[in-house]
Design a binder for this molecule. Structure first.
Ligand SMILES: O=C(O)[C@@H](O)C(=O)COP(=O)(O)O
Ligand SMILES: [Zn+2]
Length: 201
């Protein structure tokens, strides 16, 4: 088993290489005994070095200046005691959906496939705030109590999971489903029925 910083670096490089985020966008974290390790602000997921240690209250404990979204990661960990990792990306299709008008803020995407229902489930839309605005913290914490995947309006997805591979699987599935939804927008589409969704949970 490789250590946590190495696993975060490998995941960051894999997400970047597959163009699931670009430039210096996105941030990753994983829970530790005394808080969570998070990517530093202003870096690229392509080549992660030293990580920052942040407490569950969002206090910077050690390492370089943390991601400006550390408070959001902290909010998700507080809301979801089962969460071991959080991933935020600027993945193109999910960002495109986050800019759409007329979305259902309670659940943005329809249950197009069983895999989406199993990996993502309900996807609330959080109102637009500038990146790093701590006012989004309490809103995210409330929403994350009943959903592990959230879409930040005009920004992108943030997803918690029991561990890094699970959080990555979920955010990748969200991206692919956002893409499908955009592909299907002008066509008659038949999502799963409520009974079919219930049978998967
Ligand atoms: O969109 C933003 O500015 C941030 O949410 C982001 O993706 C990268 O910011 P840092 O993690 O502070 O580098
Ligand atoms: Zn961002």
């Amino acid at each position: 088993m490789t250590d946590l910083p190495q696993r975060l670096a490998e995941l960051g490089a894999s997400l970047f290489d597959r163009r699931l985020t670009h430039g210096r966008t996105g941030n990753l974290s994983a829970r530790t005994g005394d808080g969570f390790l998070i990517t530093p602000t202003g870096g690229s997921l392509r080549s992660l070095g030293e990580l920052s240690l942040v407490s569950l209250t969002g206090k910077h404990l050690d390492g370089p200046k943390p991601s400006k979204e550390a408070f959001l990661h902290a909010a998700l960990y507080r809301a979801r005691p089962d969460a071991g990792a959080v991933v935020h990306l600027h993945s193109t299709y999910a960002v495109a959906v986050s800019c759409h008008d007329g979305l259902d803020p309670d659940d943005v995407l329809p249950p197009l496939t069983a895999y989406y229902v199993m990996r993502v489930g309900r996807l609330p839309l959080l109102p637009y705030h500038a990146p790093g605005d701590p006012a989004l913290g309490p809103i995210a914490e409330r929403a994350a109590r009943t959903a592990h995947a959230l879409l930040l309006a005009n920004h992108g997805p943030i997803v918690a999971g029991p561990d890094l591979p699970a959080a990555a699987d979920a955010i990748e599935e969200l991206e692919e489903t956002a893409r499908l939804w955009l592909l299907l927008r002008d066509r008659p589409t038949r999502p799963l029925t409520p009974d079919q969704v219930r049978s998967l949970s």
